[in-house]
Structure formats: structure tokens, C-alpha cells
Ligand binder design. Structure first.
Ligand code: GDP
Ligand code: IMO
Ligand code: MG
Length: 425
């Protein structure tokens, strides 16, 4: 058996949560492998809507186990809140034994968040636009070999370890200026540490590999998107983890030859939240129309997402980096009322026409070269079968498949679980 991977090909918010929820009945284990509560994964079914930050999106399937892998950074306060909200809605994955945490996953401390905020405010207009969840500082402590991990919470000297790391953070924070009061947050953190001890801790590398040995099916759920990858994204306007398929190997403890299918998710257009380059961005009425029709406001922070046309050089790059075997096109319904839609096929860049993403898109802005395509001018939200897909949309799909050289397996025509069409069996 191999691990299938599902991840975003753009700048996040492609609809990963929805599709993991759709696919999870076919899997025994759903595993988050990187990122943290900077993610907001939305699921809708039976007129209910849930936003998950740390918990994998397989949580609503009674038969699936959900693992938060070693590559994830966990905020105990947020995961507790997520589970409290789920319980209030009638779901109790911990009680049902459907959620486990990797011992090697790192913990986000209250002072990591203060560091995130201090660093962002220092950067002024060149700030990254972080979600301010403490992601960057926590991964810095991980690679700096200072971090605290889930497994440490059960050690007798956990509190001393916590104090030591906090002290280090306070010294750094003192350089930034006044340190905000975080007493209440610290109390909530320490209480939440007690709470996460009640969730089973596992060695994710052994768990996942044992699942494969036993012939069980595993799906790795990405967070963020490929263009936010720490190595290959639009650095420094990125997140602090590897959001690509390789991140699933290090974030769960699986060998590269154990990777099976790679589902790459993208929107029929493009969005980005936070700072950084966005070649196809539309800062006009059309961009506003995409934002309103697509409800493009962040699931975690509520921030307005920037919008633009689909960027094919960027998508080709993402497909290459991830070894995508099947594509999933989301939010096609958002384009229902457009007479014409546009796809960026090349960039004009530094006096040349290129069809790849160049090294420096921060100081030299690539100018998109757009191809015009016919809109379908039809409400897609009620269609459920491939035969009902309008011709102009079939043409758009065929056009994308030809350029991207990967089949589009699923088409999503609305936020609900049922608004999903399998195009190729
Ligand atoms: P994720 O972070 O990749 O899981 O995506 P988000 O949940 O942050 O953002 C996707 C948003 O689009 C959510 O509000 C979803 O409910 C919504 N959504 C997902 N698929 C579709 C779709 O096909 N059409 C429409 N209109 N909305 C969708
Ligand atoms: P999901 O999983 C969209 C963006 C932030 C910021 C940059 C760095 O829901 O797709 P960070 O908090 O990681 O330091 O922020 O990355 N970002 C996301 N954008 N979707 C996400 O997750 C994101 N997680 C982080 O807006 O630009
Ligand atoms: Mg999201």
C-alpha cells in the first residue's frame, strides 16, 4: 500500500478540507503533515459548516482515524477550542478514539505568537501578512533545536522546559520593545497542555507504516499551498513549512517510494491572502466580482483574499514539484456569470516572454499574458453528472488538461460535499 497525498497548488484555500471530506470514506487514515492553525479548512454538509484549523478533515467520517503528524505545529489552546466546538455540535472524535497526535509534533507557545506579531509589526509595509498564529517562530525553534514537542508534555520537567524556552523568547521580545501581557493566555495554554495529554500520543512514523503494512489506505492532507512552500514558494512571502509532497514524507515519516497518488487542488481562478507577489492579480471590478461571488474572505482570519485569473506557469511549476497525478478543479461555479474567462499562459518578464516562474518575482514583476476563453453562462451549482457539464466548461477543462498534462479528475461546483463531480473514474 502507498500513501496518497492531497495538497493545494496555489496560495492556499483551494478547498482542500472539502475534498478530503469527500474522499475520506475511501481511506482508513487521514493525516495532516505540516503547517498548523494558520490553516482554515472548510467543510459543508447537511446544511452545517465547520472550519478546522489543526484537526484533519476526515473527522466527520465515523470509520476514519485522524492523525496530526510530526510535521505539524500544534497550538494546544486552538486544538482544545476546535474539539470543544466539535463536541458542542455533537461530534466527539477523542471520545470515539478517532484522533491521535504525533509525539514529535512541536508546540506553539503563547510567546511564539508574541514573536510573530513583534516581527511582523517591525517589518511595516514589507510584512508577510502572517496569520499571527506563531507558525514561523515555532518552526524556527524546531530547526534551532529548542522546541517543545507533544511528547514532552508528559515529562516530569515539562514546566521547567517551558519556562526556559519562554525566558529565551522574553529576551528576544525585549529587543522589540514593550512586551504585551500574556498571563491569561499562558494560563489557558497550561490548562490546554493538560487537555492534550488526554488525546493519545503516537509515533506517527510507526503508525503510518504499520497501516501500509496492514494493507490500509492512508491519505495525507496538506495545508497552505505549493506557492507558500518555504523552499519553492514566493520567498520570503511564504509559510515556514514544506507544503509540497516531499513535506508529507518528512511530516509523517514515510519513505518517498511509499507515495501513491498525488491529488493537486486548484481553483478555476486564483487567490492569495497576505502579502507578496501575485502576477495575475486583478485590482479592479473583476477582482471584486470574483471576491464577492467566491466569498473570498479568509476562513481563519476573515481577511479579504486577493483575487485574479488562473496562473498556468505557476500551476505547471506546482504540478512538477509535487508529482501531481490527478487534478481537482474547485469553485468553477464562481465563474458562472462571466461572458469571458482568462488564463495566464506566459509572463512578460524582464523584456522576455517566458512560461515558467522565475527566481525573482518580488522586485521584477511578471506581467501576465492572458488567453481569452468563452464563459459557460450557466448555473453549475445543481449539476451532479459529467454529462451535464456545459460545453464551454468542457472546453475549459480540455484546454487546462492539455497545458497541464494531467487529467482533471474532480470538478467542484459549490461548497457542499454533494456538489462534487467525478469526471474520470
Ligand atoms: P482550504 O483551506 O483549502 O480547505 O480552503 P478554505 O476552506 O480556506 O476555502 C475554500 C472556501 O471555498 C470555503 O469557504 C469552502 O466552503 C468554499 N468552497 C469549496 N469548494 C467550493 C466550490 O466548488 N464552490 C464554491 N462556491 N465554494 C467552494
Ligand atoms: P490553508 O491550509 C492561505 C499565508 C498567510 C501569509 C503567509 C504566512 O487554509 O490553505 P503564516 O501564518 O504561515 O506565517 O503566514 O501564508 N497562509 C495562508 N494562506 N491559506 C492558508 O492555509 C494559509 N496559511 C498561511 O496569509 O501570507
Ligand atoms: Mg483555508
Amino acid at each position: 500500500m502507498q500513501v496518497d497525498v492531497l495538497l493545494g497548488l496555489q496560495w492556499g484555500d483551494e478547498g482542500k478540507g472539502k475534498i478530503v471530506d469527500v474522499l475520506c470514506p475511501q481511506y482508513d487514515l487521514i493525516a495532516r503533515f505540516q503547517g498548523g492553525p494558520n490553516a482554515g479548512h472548510t467543510l459543508e454538509f447537511d446544511n452545517k459548516k465547520f472550519v478546522l484549523n489543526t484537526i484533519p478533515s476526515g473527522i466527520f467520517n465515523p470509520k476514519t482515524l485522524n492523525l496530526i503528524g510530526n510535521g505539524v505545529v500544534i497550538d494546544p489552546i486552538i486544538i482544545k477550542r476546535e474539539l470543544d466546538n466539535l463536541r458542542a455540535a455533537g461530534f466527539d472524535p477523542v471520545g470515539a478514539g478517532k484522533l491521535v497526535l504525533a509525539r514529535k509534533a512541536h508546540l506553539i507557545l503563547p510567546t511564539h505568537q508574541l514573536l510573530d506579531a513583534a516581527s511582523e509589526s517591525k517589518m511595516g509595509s514589507s510584512k508577510i501578512g502572517s496569520t499571527l498564529k506563531g507558525i514561523g517562530p515555532t518552526y524556527m525553534d524546531k530547526t534551532g533545536r529548542n522546541g517543545l514537542r507533544v511528547g514532552d508534555t508528559t515529562l516530569p520537567d515539562f514546566k521547567e522546559r517551558y519556562e526556559k524556552l519562554k525566558e529565551k523568547h522574553l529576551n528576544i521580545l525585549a529587543h522589540y520593545g514593550e512586551i504585551p501581557d500574556f498571563k491569561e493566555r499562558e494560563e489557558a495554554f497550561l490548562a490546554a497542555i493538560e487537555f492534550i495529554k488526554t488525546i493519545p500520543h503516537v509515533d506517527s512514523e510507526h503508525l503510518v507504516n504499520q497501516y501500509l503494512k496492514d494493507g490500509k489506505k492512508v491519505l495525507a492532507e496538506g495545508a497552505q499551498g505549493t506557492l507558500l512552500d518555504i523552499d519553492f514558494g514566493s520567498y520570503p512571502f511564504v509559510t515556514s513549512s514544506n507544503t509540497t509532497t516531499a513535506g508529507a514524507c518528512t511530516g509523517l515519516g514515510i519513505a518517498p517510494n511509499k507515495i501513491g497518488k498525488v491529488f493537486g487542488i486548484f481553483k478555476a481562478y486564483c487567490t492569495r491572502v497576505g502579502g507578496g507577489p501575485f502576477p495575475t492579480e486583478l485590482e479592479d471590478e473583476t477582482g471584486e466580482k470574483l471576491r464577492q461571488l467566491g466569498h473570498e474572505f479568509g476562513a481563519t482570519t476573515g481577511r479579504a483574499r486577493r483575487t485574479g485569473w488562473i496562473d498556468l506557469p505557476a500551476l505547471k511549476y506546482a504540478i512538477m514539484l509535487n508529482g501531481v497525478t490527478e487534478l481537482i478543479m474547485m469553485k468553477a461555479d464562481v465563474l458562472d456569470t462571466f461572458d469571458k474567462i482568462y488564463a495566464c499562459t506566459h509572463y512578460k518578464y524582464d523584456g522576455e516572454v517566458i512560461d515558467y516562474m522565475p527566481y525573482d518575482i518580488n522586485t521584477i514583476k511578471p506581467e501576465p499574458i492572458l488567453e481569452e476563453l468563452e464563459g459557460w453562462k450557466q448555473d453549475l451549482t445543481g449539476i451532479r453528472n459529467p454529462e451535464e457539464v456545459p460545453t464551454a466548461l468542457k472546453n475549459y477543462i480540455a484546454y487546462l488538461e492539455k497545458i497541464l498534462e494531467v487529467p482533471i479528475r474532480f470538478l467542484s461546483v459549490g461548497p457542499d460535499r454533494t456538489q462534487t463531480i467525478e469526471l474520470h473514474a
